[in-house]
Design a protein around this ligand. Structure first.
Ligand code: NAG
Ligand code: NAG
Ligand code: NAG
Length: 379
């Protein structure tokens, strides 16, 4: 094993192996290769916090515009995070009202949210339709209405025990827009105990408290799907920058890699050594991996990789640590046996965002730390 391969990190090894695995079609891979291929994909899924590949949606579904806008706000080219502080937590999910409920009651199935996730905030998004007053002159004069959202606790929602007030707002009667209500308390209950989810009740009253029955919200049943009621949930799964384990990957992938790549690698290594430690492109193509069915955006991203020698003298462009500088000197002077040159590794990492359909066909936006090498240095 030469010095160069010792420096290659497990994550990089995994990514470098992928093109090899997909160039050879599954049928031509020997059994050993098949095993490595599925192991590699499983590890890559783990990096994205999943156990299995989500089912691709059965029908062509248009993701909610809100989620597309959110993705475009937080993510730039290739899903790269624009501004780390923009997103609250690292996961945003949207849920549609699958029960296609009646006018005033809504049900959202949040069973895909793990109990361990930290619930940050949950919102009910309702598209309010323009109020069309009847001939009834008593209701005609209202310009404002009070909209209240309740958590249904019991099947008789007319009793105080049957419901809990979550949020209430005064809105202009004649507006036709999206309205957002905070429902965090209810969603917290539902994620702790799935059976407690009996849905939401929405009431509309005059400011004096009389029921107003000509104010409606768009429903999945009666209106265009782009105006469906939706719950948007912001959570954090506490997976910040977790390092991936190197145990079995390293031993499994090294022989395969060097075998496939021997000729080109020695040539690349030679030219990389001349240039010294540098950042090179490494495009991860989700279509090539077979994930384009469930990932909405991006199509792939540039993870970059670090390559090149860290030999004495280390210039400032190699961003050496003091430790690396000393190590390169010891190595050059051959003062002590068995001291290798320092490693060329990412010294700044950026996060990326993924917008995808989960198993329940809900749209999820997730942010992953430490996915893109921002720069390389000798360490
Ligand atoms: C909620 O979704 C899960 C997973 O798709 C499903 O197993 C469950 O039956 C659903 N619950 C209800 C009440 O629809
Ligand atoms: C109320 O709900 C309970 C279960 O939560 C059910 O057993 C009961 O039949 C319901 N009552 C009515 C009047 O629907
Ligand atoms: C619900 O509770 C109210 C108030 O106690 C009562 O008048 C009404 O009959 C109840 N409705 C049902 C369906 O049980």
């Amino acid at each position: 094993m030469n010095v160069q391969t010792e420096c290659v990190s497990a994550a990089l090894l995994l990514l470098l192996s992928l093109p090899l695995l997909f160039v050879a079609s599954a049928a031509t891979l020997p059994a050993h290769g098949q095993r490595i291929r599925s192991e590699a994909l499983k590890r890559l899924l783990e990096v994205f916090g999943m156990e299995d590949v989500p089912q691709s949606p059965h029908t062509v579904r248009q993701p909610p515009q809100y989620m597309l806008d959110l993705y475009n706000t937080v993510a730039g080219v290739d899903g790269l995070t624009k501004e780390p502080a923009l997103l609250l937590g690292n996961t945003v999910r949207s849920f549609l009202d699958r029960a296609r409920s009646y006018q005033s009651q809504f049900y959202f199935n949040l069973s895909s949210v793990a109990r361990s996730e930290t619930i940050l905030t949950a919102e009910l998004h309702l598209f309010k339709l323009r109020g069309r007053p009847s001939q009834d002159l008593r209701t005609h004069r209202h310009h404002f209405c009070q909209v209240s959202v309740y958590q249904i606790l019991d099947n008789n929602t007319s009793t105080a025990e049957g419901r809990r007030l979550l949020s209430t707002r005064v809105l202009p009667v004649h507006d036709s827009t999206w309205e957002v209500f905070t429902i965090t308390n209810a969603v917290y209950d539902w994620t702790q105990d799935k059976d407690s989810n009996k849905g939401l009740l929405v009431t509309v009253r005059t400011l004096a408290g009389q029921t107003l029955n000509y104010i409606h919200f768009a429903t999945g049943r009666d209106h265009h799907s782009s105006k469906q009621p939706m719950v948007v949930l912001f959570t954090d799964d506490e997976r910040r920058g977790a390092p991936i384990s190197i145990s079995s990957i390293e031993t499994q992938f090294l022989p395969e890699m060097t075998l496939h790549n021997k000729a080109s690698q020695s040539r690349n290594t030679r030219s990389a050594n001349l240039l010294g430690c540098q950042r090179y492109p490494l495009y991860v193509d989700f279509e090539e991996i077979g994930w384009s069915g469930w990932i909405i955006s991006p199509r792939g991203y540039n993870a970059y990789h670090c390559k090149g020698a860290c030999v004495f003298p280390l210039g400032q462009n190699m961003r050496p640590t003091n430790h690396a500088t000393v190590q390169s000197i010891i190595n050059a002077l051959k003062l002590t046996n068995g001291v290798a040159t320092p490693c060329c590794v990412p010294d700044k990492l950026f996060s990326i965002n993924l917008l995808y359909f989960d198993d329940d066909e809900n749209v999820v936006l997730k942010q992953y730390d430490d996915m893109v090498a921002g720069s390389c240095g000798c360490h």
